[in-house]
Design a binder for this molecule. Structure first.
Ligand code: SF4
Length: 352
């Protein structure tokens, strides 16, 4: 389940101390569109500052830099003040997405006392909530304690890939497909909903393999999931992926590939969506040239679940260079970012 030397290497890249910021304030809050109730609507998002993911005690996932936002000093009282601030900012938002830099359901990270405070505070004010959790905290007793508030709940699990080999050697997830399936079954049996996150293009696999992995994973997890969110790699600070990328040994996925995935999915089986973070940017999903229309279409079709306009636009594109690059990358040992390599080399002293 875990590759020890990879895990320890990733651990060494993590900074010693969390950020020294106000423990009474969430990391951030904003409103965005999502479709947690089956249609696109304004949704409040809040990232609570916590002590972080339990997995950080041993390592971290290869792409995860959320530890940059944690604070080891956070106590129940701090989290309660953060909850109050969220409550005061809700205004007309009745759908809520709660992120922590770990698992909302981990009792060490968010104690049962704080969890109860949160649900009591928002009860009667919001109609739908999404929280994230690793599989180990999706336990019957925890789910039962939340269900009593009678607020429709969707739990998001970062499976990343349904392939245990990729989870172990590329993502360093410290989990397995079996654990995901057990947690997903429990969620379903408890009458709750599940959003499954898949990571598009973890390190050490080509983009072509990554596309195949996502499509295969969607087939496997569809029966368990109310929706599936494809998260294309977004390079975060102090991570293994950033280390590879800075050396020119990793390239984030292309937006053409993301569109291709969305257009190759059977949308009758489950809802598949993608709201790329850092879309079009160097650290996020991007093509050689930024195509804002393609990004807009990916987001709007994800929100509406109508992919006709995306399909029409995609058909009009000349993909010959893209296809060439994808095939070439598939034959290489590393998924080099050539533009970045050339940029770095041309500004380095070896040419002088
Ligand atoms: S389980 Fe989630 S929060 Fe924890 S290290 Fe992995 S991606 Fe980060």
């Amino acid at each position: 389940m875990v590759k020890r030397d990879l895990s320890l290497y990733i651990k060494n890249l993590m900074p010693e101390n969390g950020r020294n910021s106000d423990p009474d304030k969430p990391v951030s809050m904003w409103k965005e569109l999502d479709r947690l109730r089956g249609y696109s609507e304004k949704t409040m998002v809040c990232i609570f500052k916590t002590t972080g993911c339990a997995w950080y005690n041993f390592s971290a996932c290869s792409m995860c830099g959320y530890f940059n936002d944690i604070s080891p000093e956070i106590k129940d009282e701090n989290l309660m003040k953060q909850i109050d601030l969220l409550y005061d900012s809700l205004n007309d938002a009745s759908v809520l997405k709660i992120f922590t830099s770990g698992s909302f359901l981990d009792p060490q990270e968010v104690s049962p006392r704080v969890r109860d405070y949160f649900f009591q505070r928002v009860s009667g004010k919001v109609d739908k909530i999404l929280v994230e959790s690793r599989t180990e905290y999706i336990r019957k007793d925890i789910l039962e304690s939340i269900k009593k508030y009678k607020i429709p709940l969707r739990i998001a699990i970062g499976l990343e890939s349904a392939d245990d080999y990729i989870m172990k050697y590329s993502v360093n997830k410290g989990s397995t497909l079996k654990k995901f399936m057990d947690a997903a079954t429990l969620i379903k049996n408890e009458g709750l909903e599940l959003r499954t996150y898949l990571l598009f293009k973890p390190p050490f696999i080509s983009e072509k393999t990554a596309i195949e992995d996502i499509l295969k994973s969607i087939d496997i997890v569809s029966p368990y999931s109310d929706d599936i969110s494809i998260n294309p790699m977004n390079i975060q600070r102090n991570t293994l992926v950033e280390k590879l990328w800075k050396k020119g040994l990793y390239r984030p996925p292309r937006m053409y590939s993301l569109a291709k995935i969305l257009l190759n999915v059977d949308h009758n089986k489950t809802q598949v969506l993608s709201y790329p973070t850092g879309g079009g940017k160097e650290r996020g999903v991007h093509d050689e040239k930024f195509d804002s229309k393609l990004l807009d279409l990916i987001v709007t079709s994800s929100l509406t679940q109508n992919f006709d306009d995306l399909q029409k636009y995609f058909n009009s594109l000349d993909l010959s260079e893209y296809n060439y690059n994808i095939e070439l990358e598939d034959r290489l040992l590393f998924q080099s970012d050539y533009s970045l390599l050339v940029k770095r080399l041309s500004s380095s002293s070896i040419f002088y």
